[in-house]
Ligand binder design. Sequence first.
Ligand code: HEM
Length: 446
Amino acid sequence: HPPGPKPWPIIGNLNLIGPLPYRSIHELSQKYGPIMQLRFGSFPVVVGSSVEMVKHMVWAPYGPYWRHVRKICLTELFNTKRLDSYEYIRVEERHAFLSGLYTSCGKPITVKDHFSNFTLNNITRIVLGKKLCDESESKKLKNMLDEGSFLNGVLNIGDLIPWINFLDLQGYVKRMKALRNKTDLFLKCELDEHIARRQDHSKEFIPKDIVDILLQLADDPNPNLKLSRDSIKSITMDLIVGGVESSTITTEWALSELLKQPQKFEQATEELDRVIGRNRWIEEKDIPKLPYIKSIIYETMRMHPVSPLLAPRLARENCKIYEYDIGQGTQVLVNVWSIGRDPTLWDAPNEFRPERFLGRDIDVGGQHFALLPFGSGRRMCPGYSLGLKLIESGLANLLHGFTWKLPNHMNPFDLNMDEVWGLTVPRKNPLVAVAQPRLPIHLYTV
Ligand code: HEM
């Protein structure tokens, strides 16, 4: 087996894992090496923390159902043509978002709330074909997403020590069940609405959103392509969960890092003024002309990967990684956070230096193992093009359209950068900042 700390009875190595597990695991890998075996309660876990190890870990095979759904995601839901066909939604939502920010200028605002409305509206329009107009409805969905993110990050003692699971000592299982019921009700209503609309327009029905497309696939007479109602519900929820938070927190981290380093902020606005000028907003097609903005996003993703341990993999049979035996049932984690901070790959890895990416042939498409914010291999994020589009034009316009300051003359040095662990890793204290318009006023109101 790979090297690792000696486990204690019952708890295994859980005593060594702190509230930010990827950081604790990073520390341990400094001692035990780039592939290491741990025990979480009674379960074996193998962690890879180097480019070499990741190459061996991300291409594991999966079962037929997973392969089928993955293929649907890539060919039916996120192909280039479909993403392009949704560009008008992104444009409309961006305008609404920027105009909304304008009305809050001069006051301290929680940046995340505004940006998450922007991503939520984009995702629900693409997936469900509508905005959740009703404030209470979107609040309800956001609360469900927050609760899901929290519960995904908790360490449920009963999962690790199965014989005490029935006690539900921390009350997490009860909360998970309550969340499942709420989510299921929400999805049932959405599906029923879509099915009713299809029946009303049975002859001339044209699918307009992802749920429509999934329902169409459910009708496919080919049993290999058929999707069950439960599958449609879970794909729908996966897309909402995967899509909303990730883009929001990446943008929040980017803005926070820039507020800490005003000279980098200036470098970004210098590029925007030079390439775009102050008489218009930035469109998606402008992004390739903005290498510094792109570098800010990559640098943010290097230092603050949304999912530092990627999606956990499971060894379905005994196998070998490198020269080590990995037993069936072992959970396999890839610590991309560690790789992003590896001093043999990155100079001054703990410093935010976007310029390190300028002129460098590297991207986040899963081929460059030193930078894997969307993962790699068969499990790689299916929504990565959409996610990048939302972040690129969202962040570029936030910097182009507004000057940003910390509230109450706060010294940038004092901006707290603590993280909190859940399904993703957002800022512990949401970023509060004050915006002022930078462009001619008429641009904010059209
Ligand atoms: C900044 C934006 C985003 C980031 C950084 C991100 C990152 C990730 C990562 C790291 C994974 C796990 C990959 C792996 O284990 O190899 C993942 C999976 C996933 N992402 Fe994203 N994502 C983003 C945006 C999106 C969007 C916009 C959607 C959909 C609308 C989406 C849907 C999903 C889904 C469904 C999965 C699960 C795939 C699976 O388990 O096979 N993501 N994402």
